[in-house]
Write a protein that binds this ligand. Structure first.
Ligand code: HEM
Length: 758
């Protein structure tokens, strides 16, 4: 990555987060006046402002046109040295209700109690009906100008910088569900352009379950917990999900993506994003081009393995949220290139036989290369989760001149759904006035009043034309920067409730995806189907699922059938002849190790000088070192002192991309703190290894992580049953030599040879 080495504070920061080292802000609230308080006529409390944390600046007031005024008075209204009630009256006590004597009943007249509890009672708003669980960040999008020939969108002209807000999410789970469940991930970007807000509301998969939005309530009903017991949470491994996706075989492609490693990303920072639908770009001269949007992560596309995802759901349900926030706070800003695949805007709207209006289709990059058009950098965490991440309102209808829609029937329903749901979720129609949703370009609408109106509109004639308010604002043509719909011809047709014939092929695209996978990715897919279908109770659902798989690939079907203990059916349609698309596989590419997490496992008697040198080397390489020791605190003293970030009890393999095992100064020393374990096992080799370290190492080995050891650290490998000569296991003469080899191994993300299928 291009930032200066950013990770100096990462390790300490992570420690603070885990160990609760951050004691939080001071409240700056003055104490209640003592008995000798002077009379009200002589205020003697300090007049100079005390430090006020957290920043409670109120929202800025809005101009009549809905713009922030920057009015300092209004912002000060919710800050300052003194705690006040909502009306700005200073409080002397907020811990005791007003009572008739200390042991007496609480008085109804306690207006402060009522206000405080009333507000608390209404703190929650409905969670999103889908994508409820999410994490977000602010950033900048800088365009390369390479799209300027096909779109007149000003933010895509050369070297334009546009502020953005990006929210990542899971789809099925509730707001408090775990991050690492198997699911599609949302990847929604709000561009605050000079021409208005553009939202690219995409996913980390390029295809969708259904072809028509009218089925969206159905597919979500099927995926959400069962309505009787409200289980399972954030899971597709249940009967109703599989019932739906096997009855609606158009879902076969997206389901296959969900069962692949894409369903369990390693990090939001390491996910691709897709606009899914085909959009239409409009150039300055009015020429139109069909286009699909792609986000390509600079750190590469990486996934967890299923066991890691399951462990993380328990040991750190906030795994992805924490990863994103920590990386940004440490200055390791995640980056993605925005790219476009372009297609001629023909009346058929197909490309190489692929129907571009069918959102269950992707176009292989080998047929239409992704052309980079700009760089997204996320560089600031939100300061308030509710105000920003929860209240942000994305909408596929937030378009700017130069970007238009197509007749994809799934997109049509979305154009209705987002605004509609936000009226309930955000409590009325004025949510565009919330700070996170405000455009950065001037707003001069004629929308008035309504719940939570914060603008103080002036004038008497909110209609156009008028002759009272100085005439009326101009409406602009395309040449003056207006959004003008591309004048696309609508075919003459009869009204029907039907899908086009070209939407009927549900299996050739999933077959291409399957054939494009490496052996190890196929093994993961088979395991995922087998796991999920074994969680279903209904035999008929399992049998139908096998029929869908038979129509994709015989080997896939036979392997899953074997795991289910059922016979494999024959395909009921001819299997399509398709060319694999190597770009779809995550294996076989080499990626930078930037931002990766390397665990250094040591004990109190470990080679601390080497550990210290290793930390520096890891930081210098743009990665994050985390020292793992028997307990928290500081190991050693003086120059060799090493801060511990993870203890043996808290470290699990999922958190690390690689492990380095520090040897003791003298081989045979008690480097791994077995003394801390009550049930210490006997036997010389085992005695040197804490069983929790054994678990960490054996997990890391199973998960395909690169592992290095030096100066006796290999004893711990032996004790954990990790063969020193296995692929991706390095025993070196020094910590830095081990790191060098481990770093190279990390380029391919995992040691794929360790997986059975490889
Ligand atoms: C290509 C298909 C789709 C994609 C890529 C997609 C993506 C997303 C994303 C990323 C979000 C979360 C936005 C956020 O972070 O706030 C979201 C929310 C939502 N989506 Fe979709 N979605 C798709 C299809 C649909 C369809 C067909 C409908 C309805 C007909 C729909 C309705 C919704 C609703 C109601 C929300 C909640 C919005 C809110 O409460 O603010 N989506 N979708």
């Amino acid at each position: 990555m291009s930032q200066p080495n950013p990770l100096k504070r990462a390790a300490e920061k992570v420690t603070e987060a885990v160990q609760g080292g951050d004691t939080g802000p001071e409240d700056g609230i003055p104490g209640k006046p003592g008995p000798e308080s002077p009379s009200v006529a002589e205020p003697t409390e300090p007049r100079e402002p005390l430090p006020s944390k957290p920043d409670q600046s109120g929202p800025e007031t809005m101009s009549p046109t809905g713009q922030p005024t920057g009015d300092a008075q209004a912002r000060v209204a919710q800050s300052g040295a003194y705690l006040t009630d909502a009306q700005g009256t200073r409080l002397y006590d907020t811990d005791h209700s007003l009572k008739a004597g200390p042991r007496g009943p609480v008085l109804l007249q306690d207006h402060h109690l009522r206000e405080k509890v009333m507000h608390f009672d209404h703190e929650r708003i409905p969670e999103r009906v889908v994508h409820a669980r999410g994490a977000a960040a602010h950033g900048i999008f800088r365009s390369y100008g390479t799209a300027a020939s096909v779109t007149r969108a000003a933010f895509l002209a050369r070297d334009v910088e546009t502020p953005v807000f990006v929210r990542f999410s899971t789809v099925l789970g509730s707001r408090g569900s775990a991050d690492t469940v198997r699911d599609t991930r949302g990847f929604a970007t709000k561009f605050y352009t000079d021409e208005g807000v553009f939202d690219l509301v995409g996913n980390n998969m390029p295809v969708f379950f259904i072809q028509d939005a009218i089925k969206f309530p159905d597919v979500i009903h099927a995926g959400k917990p069962h309505p009787d017991r409200e289980i399972p949470q954030a899971q597709s491994a249940h009967d109703t999900f599989w019932d739906f996706v096997t009855l609606h075989t158009e879902a076969a492609h997206h389901t296959l993506w969900n069962m692949s490693d894409r369903g369990i990303p390693r990090s939001y920072r390491m996910m691709e994003g897709f606009g899914v639908h085909t959009f239409r770009l409009v150039a300055a001269d009015g020429a139109t081009t069909l286009v699909k949007f792609h986000w390509k992560p600079k750190l590469g596309v990486h996934s967890l393995v299923w066991e890691e995802a399951q462990i993380a759901s328990g040991v750190d349900p906030d795994f992805h949220r924490r990863d994103l926030a920590d990386a940004i706070e440490a200055g390791a800003y995640p980056e993605w290139e925005l790219g476009i695949q372009t297609f001629p805007d023909t009346p058929e709207q197909t490309f190489e036989g692929i129907d571009l209006l069918d959102p269950t289709n992707l176009v292989p990059e080998e047929l239409a290369p992704v052309q980079p058009v700009g760089l997204l950098t996320l560089n600031r965490n939100p300061s308030n989760y509710f105000a920003e991440t929860e209240q942000v309102a994305f909408h596929v209808g937030h378009l700017v001149p130069g970007i238009d829609i197509t007749d994809d029937p799934l997109l049509a329903g979305r154009l209705f759904s987002y605004l509609d749901t936000q009226i309930t979720r955000l409590g009325g129609p004025n949510f565009p006035q919330l700070p996170i949703n405000r455009p950065h370009s001037p707003v001069n609408d004629m929308l008035r009043d309504g719940m939570h109106q914060t603008a103080v509109h002036r004038g008497v004639a909110p209609y156009r034309p008028n002759s009272l308010d100085g005439g009326c604002p101009f409406t602009a043509g395309a040449d003056a920067g207006a959004f003008v719909e591309a004048p696309v011809r609508v075919p003459e047709a009869t009204k029907v409730r039907e899908a086009p014939e070209s939407f009927a092929d549900h299996f050739s695209q999933p077959r291409r995806f399957w054939l494009s996978m490496s052996a190890v990715e196929r093994e993961h897919i088979i395991a995922a189907y087998t796991f999920e279908l074994n969680k279903c109770y209904e035999q008929a659902v399992k049998e139908r699922a096998l029929q869908v798989l038979a129509n994709i690939d015989a080997e896939l079907c036979a392997s899953v059938a074997e795991g289910l203990g059922l016979p494999a059916p024959k395909a009921s349609v001819p299997l399509a002849e398709v060319e694999p698309s190597p770009a779809l596989s995550q294996v076989g590419h080499t990626w930078p190790a930037d931002g990766r997490v390397v665990g250094i496992v040591t004990g109190p008697d470990g080679d601390l000088d080497a550990v210290q040198a290793l930390r520096e080397a890891i930081l210098g390489a743009g990665m994050v070192p985390l020292v793992v020791a028997p307990k928290g605190g500081i190991l050693g003293s003086g120059d060799a002192a090493v801060t511990v970030q993870r203890t043996y009890a808290t470290a699990r393999s999922v958190e690390f991309d690689a492990l380095l095992v520090a040897g003791p100064p003298g081989v045979g020393g008690d480097a791994f703190g077995a003394r801390d374990v009550k049930a210490r096992p006997s036997g010389a080799a085992v005695a040197a290894t804490d069983p929790r370290v054994g678990l960490l190492l054996s997990e890391a080995f199973r998960h395909g992580k690169a592992i290095g050891a030096w100066a006796g650290g290999e004893n711990a490998l032996d004790a954990a049953g990790v063969p020193g000569d296995a692929p991706g296991v390095v025993v070196a003469g020094s910590g830095t030599a081990a790191l060098e080899q481990v770093q190279e191994l990390m380029g391919s993300h995992r040691v794929w040879e360790r997986f059975i299928a490889a």
